[in-house]
Design a protein around this ligand. Structure first.
Ligand code: URA
Length: 206
């Protein structure tokens, strides 16, 4: 694959801008042999966005569209994520988006614990490089890293403050594609983000 996926600002990204600070890590992820997902991927999907972002969104794993494009959240759940971002005045250009697992699990099955573990050092490095003030976990796999043993139905939208950072667990956008009643719940959780953004002292333009 190409060494660096582009950044984009809609779920059908147009002209990419590239943040060169990601080159080394993205090249490593592109050639990663650490788990069996390397055998079935079209390409890995490292992440997208500036290393200077104040807000980081962490999903689960690439799906079919992401595997084709090398960019996270460009399928149906990505369209909903774009809508959610827009609803609070954010765009993809200003946030960083990654997944717990960088390669598509075949048939969109859940990632295995061994795959999550094999991929964890990449996410660690992304978090260290971005050093975001706010992390939004999308779905239970990224939630589990900060809220082990918790249920997303119980804690969605309720932040935790840790190491000078706000961690906000949210439902995965795909959940609303299967359960329409969750759409308004996810919108309501996103509507709480501007208060956390203000609390973190992030500029009004973000
Ligand atoms: N679901 C995810 O968790 N990540 C993606 O990139 C796409 C769908």
């Amino acid at each position: 694959m190409t060494s660096m996926p582009p950044t984009g600002h809609t779920s059908t990204p147009a002209a990419p801008t590239v943040d060169p600070t990601w080159a080394e890590l993205y090249e490593e992820i592109a050639d990663c042999p650490r788990c069996i997902l390397a055998r079935t991927r079209t390409q890995s999907v490292p992440g997208v966005g500036p290393s200077t972002a104040d807000i980081m969104f962490i999903g689960e794993a690439p799906g079919a569209r992401e595997d084709e494009r090398g960019i996270p959240f460009v399928g149906a759940s990505g369209q909903f994520l774009d809508e959610l971002l827009a609803s609070i005045g954010l765009s993809r250009d200003t946030v960083y988006i990654a997944n717990v697992v960088k390669c598509r699990p075949p048939g969109n099955r859940d990632p295995e614990p061994t795959e999550i573990e094999a991929c964890a050092p990449y996410l660690d490095r992304q978090i260290a490089q971005v050093n975001p003030k706010i992390i939004v976990t999308l779905g239970r796999f990224s939630m589990a890293r900060w809220f082990p043993g918790q249920s997303i139905s119980r804690i969605h939208g309720e932040p935790k403050r840790e190491g000078g950072r706000v961690i906000v667990p949210m439902f995965h956008p795909a959940a609303a594609l299967h359960r329409g009643d969750l759409r308004s719940v996810i919108h309501a959780d996103f509507a709480r983000l501007p208060a956390f953004i203000a609390e973190a002292g992030i500029g009004a333009s973000e």
